[in-house]
Design a protein around this ligand. Structure first.
Ligand code: ZN
Length: 500
């Protein structure tokens, strides 16, 4: 066997273990009875420990070195060359972090999630504050272990958005913040122009499920290589390029969570189903970054699913499912309802315009915590001050403020920006798509999505993790991250809806 073959076999076995971890994680959130949770935690920890030991072993490094020599002279963009360079980057990082630190982070976040759940229910910051302090300290140690050149945040951001720097994120966020705040104010001044009352009528769950499936079949979700189930928090996971799972949740009195949630997760799933089959059982069978992943979910949820052409096609189908509820509606009025903008406290419920400001708040707060400008005890006050600056509202309780998201309790510091990067990237790609497919809007109006999906497959999906998000953007658009298309889109769309 050549070293490259040995490396492939080794990485394939590690991939198998990681995919099995995903299966038991998916089961935990969909079908497992509550009594199974203690045993499941042990099973999950065991698998992750074995996978980590196999990956960070000396032999991985030896095979990487030998395989690199074997393929010397190959095209640096070939699957083999990329497999080696990206695996080497992961390997060196994995070797830098002491096992004791990894275990300590797992232990503290394991406790912190329970504490956060209770603190959130009681809307009381005090019990959670020391845990946040501990997690910030551990994440800072993690960053010191892997190293960074400029900001401590660089090392954490890199986990989710490889090779992206804090300064780049800061620059694009700073560039759009004043314009976004101004746009939110202009829309708020026209507050009564749009009502979303229609979304809050009574909608049978089974019919919601059936309508969602009708849409995602048309989108191109391959049900021979995937399925949908229910969970409390919707997510996408995959056990293979040929087995991609999405979940959704229902609210009998609110149409949006299931409908737009399903479209969102389908965007993630189409990406996962679209990786080249040659990447199966390798570390490259993954998204380029969380931001690139989110660009796909946001595109199918918002740029497609909240557009007027989409509703011109799908409203007649929706009204067949719900003739009484929608008797007084048209495609146009439903489109407006689905795009109501209003400053709100909860990020996951935020509309397209205010969403970015929720993310910028967390990005600034995380940097303030890591660099010592804000102490954990002072987070709720600092949070509320930013909410007033950005959105003009003050959360009535801490549950509606600093305790709303589980990310910090889970140790996910540096993760939030990827949501907004996804929004920005989705519009950069959308601009390119519309030049490549000039009648895209009329295709959507006819319920045709094949050309759109083919373009994404060719330009984004097939590459998996072979290129960084920045490399992909350069290949496709000729430039790096650029917030201009995003801002132009929001202004045009919402000027139309709100008559600004
Ligand atoms: Zn997502």
């Amino acid at each position: 066997m050549t070293a490259l073959q040995q490396l492939h076999t080794h990485l394939a076995e590690i991939s198998d273990l990681n995919r099995i971890s995903s299966i038991i994680g998916w089961d935990q959130q969909t079908y497992m009875p509550p009594g199974g949770s203690a045993a499941r935690a042990e099973q999950s920890a065991t698998l992750q420990k074995i996978s980590h030991e196999m990956f960070s072993a000396d032999e991985t490094g030896r095979w990487l070195d030998a395989a690199a020599k074997e393929i010397n002279g190959h095209d640096p963009d070939s699957d083999e060359a990329r497999l080696i360079s990206i695996t080497r980057r992961d390997y060196e990082k994995a070797r830098k972090v002491p096992a004791a630190l990894v275990a300590e982070i797992a232990r503290v976040t394991g406790q912190a999630i329970g504490i956060w759940t209770e603190a959130r229910a009681a809307s009381d910051w005090k019990p959670f504050s020391p845990y946040l302090g501990r997690i910030v300290e551990l994440e800072r140690r993690w960053a010191e272990a892997v190293g960074y050149t400029d900001r401590v945040y660089d090392a954490l951001l890199d986990k989710y958005e490889p090779e992206m720097k804090t300064a780049q994120v800061q620059a694009v966020f700073d560039a759009i913040k004043p314009g976004l705040i101004e746009l939110v104010k202009a829309i708020a001044a026209k507050g009564q122009a749009v009502s979303d009352e229609v979304l809050h009528r009574e909608y049978d769950e089974q019919k919601q499920w059936n309508f969602g499936l009708e849409v995602i079949k048309r989108y191109g979700f391959d049900f021979t290589r995937g399925r949908q189930d229910r969970s409390v928090h919707p997510f996408t996971t995959s056990f293979s390029i040929n087995d991609v799972r999405i979940t959704t949740r229902f609210d009998q009195n609110f149409l949006s969570p299931a409908l737009f949630g399903t479209l969102h997760e389908t965007g993630h799933a189409l990406y996962e189903q679209g990786f080249s089959q040659t990447l199966e059982r390798t570390p490259l069978a993954d998204g380029a970054s969380l931001g690139m992943h989110e660009s796909q979910s946001r595109m199918w949820e918002n740029l497609v699913g909240r557009s007027l052409p989409f509703w011109k096609f799908f409203f007649p189908a929706l009204i067949q499912f719900f003739p009484e509820q929608l008797a007084d509606q048209t495609a146009e009025s439903f489109y407006r309802a689905a795009n109501k903008v209003s400053p709100s406290f909860i990020r996951v419920e935020a509309d397209e315009v205010t969403y970015g400001l929720h993310i910028m708040l967390r990005f600034e707060m995380e940097n303030d915590l890591l660099e010592g400008r804000v102490k954990p005890d002072d987070v709720p006050e600092a949070w509320n001050a930013k909410m007033r600056d950005f959105l003009g509202i003050t959360p009535p309780t801490i549950k509606d403020g600093a305790l709303q998201d589980v990310h910090w309790a889970s140790g996910l510091i540096g993760y939030f920006p990827t949501y907004q990067l996804g929004n920005l990237i989705s519009l950069q790609l959308w601009d390119k798509l519309n030049s490549a497919i000039p009648d895209l809007a009329s295709q959507i109006e006819r319920g045709e999505f094949a050309a759109l999906l083919d373009w994404l497959r060719l330009n984004v999906h097939q590459h998996g993790r072979k290129f960084t998000s920045n490399e992909l953007l350069h290949r496709i658009t000729g430039e790096g991250l650029n917030p201009a298309p995003y801002f132009k889109y929001l202004k045009a769309k919402y000027s139309g809806i709100y008559g600004l």
